[in-house]
Design a protein. Structure first.
Length: 116
């Protein structure tokens, strides 16, 4: 399984970005896909996740600003719409896929930098 993430970049505070993650390979059953992020000197943390049934979960720090969605025509593509970005959102964002069997796959990471 390979995860290809894209959409990161440099944006001013208050701006928006949309991240995309496309999974490919031998994917038989997905439990969840989501985004984690890691800021310099900090541990990787969950930003947002979407389960197969469509339910979502967000870190408190991004609620109301970030929205995770899935391309239902292509169940292996997820998006993270990030609005009202803040400097504290600066991090490397990693796409993560968890299969129903419990296998975990990570993408290569995409840098998001928010300038104040």
């Amino acid at each position: 399984v390979q995860l290809q993430a894209s959409g990161g970049g440099l944006v001013q505070a208050g701006g928006s970005l949309r991240l995309s993650c496309a999974a490919s390979g031998s994917i038989f059953s997905i439990n969840s896909m989501g985004w984690h992020r890691q800021a310099p000197g900090k541990q990787r943390e969950l930003a947002a996740v979407i389960l197969t049934g469509g339910s979502t979960n967000y870190a408190d720090s991004v609620k109301g600003r970030f929205t995770i969605t899935r391309d239902n025509a292509r169940g292996t593509v997820v998006y993270l719409q990030m609005n009202d970005l803040k400097s504290e959102d600066t991090a490397v964002y990693y796409c993560k896929l968890v299969s129903r069997a419990g296998s975990v796959y990570w993408g290569q990471g995409t840098q998001v930098t928010v300038s104040s």
